[in-house]
Design a protein around this ligand. Sequence first.
Ligand code: IMP
Length: 193
Amino acid sequence: MNIIFATNNAHKLSEVQAVLGDGFRLLTPRDCAITEELPETQTTLEGNARQKARYLYNHTGHDCFADDTGLEVEALGGAPGVHSARYATDGHDFAANNRLLLRNLEGKTDRRARFRTVICLILGGEEHLFEGIVEGRIIDQERGTAGFGYDPLFIPEGCDRTFAEMDAATKNALSHRGRAVRKLADYLHSIEK
Ligand code: IMP
């Protein structure tokens, strides 16, 4: 089965392909001659995942899915949330985002946070949503060099290492995105039978 995944990020693509297995061939927007940035202007993760998937479906008529992820920090009322990529600046400046997060948490004892991923699948025109969550906490200085984004500041519940101190397989087994993608994979495999 061919299905379009709303990413041109090769790393994400191979991560998701590994979970879905050989029965699914993932195509990218570029494979379908879509070279523009997919619109992402909604105020929730669900809204953005749906908007990107719907855009792809409307332009290709092909089965597809899109994801959106945010870090939700308890003491900050769920921020940066849907604004995680552009928390500190307009670009994807991970270092600046991490500095701002630490500054906003200065003096706060409640360090609880969660990563949440929402995937919107459009199959035969119908939408299906899948969610993956990992609970954890934000530490007060960066640790580790693996991964990306807020990984050096986030320790998942039950662990003593940050995501940036784990290898990719260990992170994927625990992570928000890994959990959401496994739910998507279970669903796709269940309807194949
Ligand atoms: P996206 O929706 O996957 O593009 O994620 C939006 C933003 O959330 C990214 O730019 C990162 O700042 C952050 N983010 C998403 N996934 C992760 C992760 O696995 N670790 C750390 N930060 C992440």
